[in-house]
Design a protein around this ligand. Structure first.
Ligand SMILES: Nc1ncnc2c1ncn2[C@@H]1O[C@H](COP(=O)(O)OP(=O)(O)O)[C@@H](O)[C@H]1O
Ligand SMILES: [Mg+2]
Length: 255
């Protein structure tokens, strides 16, 4: 979110750095020679067609999936699987709320298997729900919530551990346009408040332009970085705003 950082990336250490990352499934190359740096407080959108390797790349950055080769560092340290509950929040494409757990218990899921005490967990869950404006539904069941509310609860769960890095895989693709746009505003507010570094995967050019400081376009078969586009448009960005609409139009020709 910082224009300064975008202008002088070399002066600051990246929060996320990938160098020469490759990945194949069953001998089929899915990602090829991916190099990417994401700087503190930056929101980077990974934009590309379906099947282009976006989710695979996000899974590699999160440590959920090993790369075949290349180098991945988070905050300067080589990525270590399973040791990063405090550092990285992950928001999946589906909200993955468990129907047999209350909202509070769903958010608490992300803190299970952490060394936090019960009291600390309760406090964090409450804070995360407050952050997304959902304290009042803590005792409800997922089926009692609207799509927008479920989306906020999933966001709360990805934030409850207090991560510095938030990874999101098409998190709002199932929402209606109005709710999606409300979630965009909510996300930007929280990212700024918590100074988080964000990578959001999307196939939606408009979403990428509304949210991102930088758009990285992935080209499929195998997934490669085609182009990286910095966006300096002022916020809040309306899709109908002249400069925003023009950017969307230009990028649609690239994806
Ligand atoms: N676990 C897996 N095993 C085998 N193939 C996979 C696996 N995950 C993804 N793929 C394949 O890798 C390619 C990229 O998938 P994915 O990363 O999900 O793309 P995107 O998120 O851009 O739609 C697809 O062809 C997909 O079928
Ligand atoms: Mg995907």
């Amino acid at each position: 979110m910082s224009a300064l950082l975008n202008e002088q990336p070399a002066a600051v250490s990246p929060v996320i750095a990938l160098r020469g990352v490759n990945k194949s499934f069953d001998g089929q190359r899915v990602l090829q020679d991916i190099s990417l740096e994401v700087y503190p407080g930056e929101i980077v959108a990974l934009l590309g067609a379906s099947g282009g390797g976006k989710s695979t790349l996000l899974n590699i950055i999160s440590g959920l999936l090993p790369a075949d080769g290349g180098e991945i560092t988070l905050q300067g340290e080589a990525i270590a699987r399973f040791s990063q509950w405090r550092q990285v929040g992950y928001l999946f494409q589906e909200d993955r709320l468990l129907p047999w757990r209350t909202v509070r218990q769903n958010v608490n899921l992300a803190l299970e298997n952490t060394p936090l005490s019960r009291g600390e967990r309760q406090q964090r869950v409450q804070e995360a729900l407050r952050l997304v404006g959902m304290e009042q539904v803590a005792g409800k069941w997922p089926h009692q919530l609207s799509g927008g509310m479920r989306s906020r609860i999933a966001l709360a769960r990805s934030l409850v551990a207090g991560p510095q890095i938030l990874l999101m895989d098409e998190p709002f693709s199932r929402l209606d346009p109005q709710t999606r746009s409300a979630m965009h505003a909510e996300l930007l507010r929280i990212c700024q408040l918590k100074n988080m570094t964000v990578v959001i995967v999307t196939h939606d050019v408009e979403e990428a332009v509304i949210l991102a400081d930088r758009i990285v376009i992935l080209q499929p078969n195998p997934g490669r970085i085609k182009q990286s586009v910095a966006l300096s448009l002022p916020r809040p960005r309306q899709p109908t705003g002249r400069d925003v609409a023009e950017k969307i139009r230009l990028l649609r020709m690239e994806v």
